[in-house]
Design a binder for this molecule. Structure first.
Ligand SMILES: [Zn+2]
Length: 278
């Protein structure tokens, strides 16, 4: 901690900071404090300390919990940690908190964002994507899974979501979200032609090291990619997050493997599996 009265070195970056943020992680610190990882539109991932937040009369209430979307006031000093001075709720996503599957999906989504975008580099699109995904998880927890007034599904995936029938908390929803994160990170797999030689026909496999689909001649170090998996990836990357493509389980397994191998080769990163059952 810098001594009081020492000059700041941070120049224009030091001082008060106002930003929207989603809480990715919230960890106990000391007797009454919390350390937060939050994701912001214009400053990427920030770490901040909230002092006295665990006292019952804290002015922050329960707002500094994971997945809250907040309007935050922070103070930036010379250290790595900013200090939280105020927080207003933009969206608490209250319904997802009562649903184990949605809660698990939200945790995996926040973990992926925090690890793939761990610096202060601004990615407003990633912030919006995360808010949209949390919003969908929240909307789809209501017992109906679909728009208000629609009958409840008896089991499995809700039947009447817009266009395809896959829910945001299912494996297809989680993988569509991850593909969009890859795109935002500049790691979108090459799908239009062989990543090894540019051939446009006879694309038979996926190679994480080559960075995309590969043809029969370049298939070393690749694994077979079925057409359904290929179509899922192109559709998920080309459509809004609300329109989650559908694909059978084995194809989704190939999509997840393609995402994992791309991240391992190009970002040296291993994420948690996209869903608990995978
Ligand atoms: Zn090739």
């Amino acid at each position: 901690m810098p001594a009081a009265g020492e000059p700041r070195l941070g120049g224009p970056m030091a001082g008060p900071v106002k930003t929207e943020a989603v809480v990715l992680r919230s960890m106990r610190y000391g007797e009454a404090d919390r350390i937060l990882h939050v994701y912001t539109p214009h400053r990427g991932r920030i770490s901040a300390i909230a002092k006295g937040v665990r006292r019952t009369r804290s002015r922050f209430g329960g707002r500094l919990e994971p997945f809250f979307r907040l309007r935050m006031d922070l103070h930036e000093g010379r250290g790595e940690l900013l200090t939280v001075t105020g927080a207003q709720t933009v969206d608490a996503y209250p319904r997802l908190r009562g649903d184990a599957r949605a809660l698990d999906s939200a945790a995996r989504a926040c973990d992926a964002v925090g690890r793939l975008f761990e610096t202060g580099e601004p990615h407003p699109g990633v912030f919006n994507l995360l808010c949209r995904h949390l919003g969908l998880l929240d909307e789809q927890v209501s017992g109906t899974g679909g728009p208000a007034g629609q009958p409840a599904a008896t089991d499995g995936e809700p039947p009447d979501l817009p266009s395809t029938g896959s829910s945001a908390s299912g494996r297809a929803g989680a993988l569509a979200f991850r593909l969009k994160l890859l795109l935002a990170a500049g790691l979108a797999p090459q799908l239009g032609a062989c990543a090894g030689c540019g051939e446009r026909e006879h694309l038979v496999g996926f190679s994480g090291s080559a960075g995309g689909v590969v043809c029969g001649a370049c298939e070393a170090a690749s694994f077979p990619l079925e057409e359904e998996a290929y179509n899922f990836m192109t559709e998920a990357l080309g459509r809004p997050l609300t329109e989650i493509p559908a694909a059978p389980g084995p194809a989704l397994g190939q999509v997840e493997r393609a995402i994992s191998e791309t991240l391992e080769h190009h970002a040296h990163l291993r994420l948690m599996s996209a869903t608990a059952r995978a």
